[in-house]
Design a protein around this ligand. Sequence first.
Ligand code: PGA
Length: 302
Amino acid sequence: MPRRHLTFRQLETFATVARLGNFTRAAEALHLTQPAVSIQIRQIAEVVGLPLFEQVGREIRLTAAGQELLQTARELDDSWNRFESAVDALKGLKKGRLRVALVTTAKYFLPRMLGAFCRRYPDIEIELEVANRARIVERLRANEDDLYIMSFPPEELDVVATPFLDNPLVVVAPADYPLPDGPLDLADLAPHPFLMRETGSGTRKAIDRHLAKSGHSLNIKLALGSNEAIRDLVATGMGLAILSRHVLGEHPEQDGLRILDVRGFPLQQPWSVVHLRQKILPLPARAFMDELKAAVGKNGRF
Ligand code: PGA
């Protein structure tokens, strides 16, 4: 295979098409025209000697050769990042790239921490990806980023997980909802309508686990992929919800909400910063982990 004909640029184009599953969106993301993207993919396929994508209905999917190439492209990217970090270390600089993927609920506190990091290391380029837990676990499995922020590190993957902050899940009701002050039992809440995060969300996983363990069930009226939408619908009186305390403002009552005193709540599971065990973390990622630990006090708050 005449690999000298392949360039990093072509591999980046290929990896972008693979990630977005679409030539047009990849062209937009790379600021190229769609024909330019198609030509690059064709050139790589000619070098490889096999097609990299196949058309399935309206979607394109990676062929087996495409999957092998994607894995190789990621390994090359990792190696190059390590090389850049090593060179930066030799130069005594904290330069390079930091790729962090976080679950949706972490976006209420992590950007603040990243802000402080950016000010300290203005030359580090940051790539941030926000998605629900299921999607973040997929990215972790595919080694797409350096660090992952979530509260249930996946047990099926060989990862290093460092807990760094509390993530209390509370039961929240409209401020004027006719329920006594408590303490209440989950059984008291069973007849009331609940708005829930979607299956695949870490918040939902924590709730489902708690319900299964305690033998309770809730009356789920609606499942939604947005913490903000749930919080705002609760404030309009549509029902109750279980949300991370991070989603609510400092004074929930000012937003028309009330945190209920329910036995067994808040559910506690800490936020962790996670990476694949075999990953050699680039210098910026190591610096960010140190920054996270420093930003969070000993009591798990910051
Ligand atoms: P979620 O994840 O934003 O997908 O609910 C939160 C978590 O991992 O606790």
